[in-house]
Design a protein around this ligand. Structure first.
Ligand SMILES: [Zn+2]
Length: 390
């Protein structure tokens, strides 16, 4: 049950806040929705104690890629299912809305959610309305720079970048021209580009080469679906990273997991990771069609990365400070600060054997599981939804 509490103490937990260099037993006190003390053995008089012994307390987790236009098509999920209902305080929609739908998104999704909901505006006016298999950038009229600029300027508080589907199916006869236009728009609006690579939906068109896509990207832009097994991915036919991808990453282009129904493949992930290319963001690419598996939620996706060899500290760093950096929100998100509104995740990390399942139903053994225990935003403490998790 969600509960509003004016003064409370998260007591006895392990606080892990990589950005602040904190890892240890610290209590966190919240008064009127604001963090007012972090320390050891804080006094408990006259305050509601929330016992978090044996639990992990982190800055609010951030899921940087989902589809949250609730009710739209087969994908639009309720942001609070992947958000506070899964121990996550910030969720980011990746391109459900083009400029025409942005007001609807703002007024019916962001405003109604208990979770903070940010947005990558779609380069295409059609956004996610038609579903991913359509040529949403294949006609030059489907990009309207002027209207995108207007929509962005009116919604800077929620907009974190521009989403582009760089697939053969989406680009169609326009080829790479939409990427050129996106580049100009990103530069003039000072927004990063979030580029989908991987051709899971459009098998009847020639795949776009990732080496051609990254030519248009600059430091701070993001490639999502870094572990896709589908054509258009990061590896060549011999399982080697395309050199252009390595160069892009070295120049400061960021890489996001974007698990989803199709794009987390453990074999590909091992090859990419073995060649030294690590994720900057961990995300579910969550939507209505993958919530009940294989994706489940962000904590589960983090645990899958642990099964691939990352430490708990590393995956928490990805989902907090690194995600905040990727979103250009380092001064607001990703770390606990005294005097700031409470934005906290509480997780249950368990040593237990389970089988992590990827998008192609491949499995690897996992030795630790992560489940949500609470999400805190301001003066409200949310308990996770009782929904299926592995
Ligand atoms: Zn997606």
């Amino acid at each position: 049950m969600d509960r509003q509490v004016s003064n409370f103490l998260l007591k006895g937990g392990r606080l892990l806040d990589p950005a602040a260099g904190r890892d240890g037993l610290f209590d966190v006190r919240v008064r009127d929705g604001v963090i007012d003390a972090i320390g050891t053995n804080l006094p408990v008089d006259g305050i509601t104690v929330i016992d978090v012994e044996d639990l992990l307390v982190t800055p609010g987790l951030i899921d940087v890629h989902l589809h949250l236009m609730k009710g739209l098509g087969a994908f639009g999920a309720d942001p609070d299912i992947f958000g506070v209902g899964s121990g996550v305080t910030t969720v980011v929609d990746a391109g459900s809305a083009g400029h025409t739908l942005l007001n609807v998104f703002r007024n019916y999704v962001t405003k109604n959610a208990k979770t903070r909901v940010l947005n990558y505006i779609n380069l295409s006016t059609l956004g996610g309305v038609t579903g991913p298999g359509y040529g949403i950038l294949a006609d030059p009229r489907q990009i309207d720079e002027e209207k995108i600029e207007k929509a962005v300027e009116a919604n800077r508080d929620i907009i974190v970048g521009i989403k582009i589907m760089a697939t053969g199916g989406a680009l169609g006869a326009q080829g790479l021209k939409p990427l050129e236009r996106a580049r100009k728009l990103g530069d003039s609006l000072k927004l990063p580009l979030l580029v989908h690579v991987g051709e899971s939906w459009t098998k009847d068109t020639a795949p776009v080469h990732v080496g051609d896509v990254v030519k248009y990207l600059r430091p701070g832009d993001i490639v999502t679906h870094m572990f896709t097994v589908h054509p258009g991915g990061l590896l060549d036919g011999n399982g080697k990273l395309w050199p252009q991808v390595r160069d892009a990453k070295e120049s400061g282009v960021l890489m996001d997991v974007g698990h989803g129904l199709h794009n987390l493949n453990f074999d590909v992930a091992r090859k990419v990771l073995d060649q030294g290319l690590h994720p900057d963001g961990v995300s579910t690419d969550g939507h209505r069609g993958n919530r009940a598996g294989p994706v489940y939620d962000l904590p589960t996706t983090m645990a899958k990365l642990m099964a691939l060899g990352f430490t708990l500290n590393e995956v928490v760093e990805m989902a907090t400070v690194n995600a905040a950096r990727l979103l250009g929100r380092l001064n607001q998100l990703g770390s606990l600060r005294i005097g700031e509104p409470a934005d906290i995740s509480v997780l249950r990390v368990e040593d237990r054997e389970w089988k992590a399942v990827d998008s192609q139903k491949g499995t690897i053994p996992a030795h630790q599981a992560i489940a949500p225990a609470y999400a805190v935003r301001g003066d409200t403490v949310y308990e996770p939804l009782a929904i299926e998790r592995p």
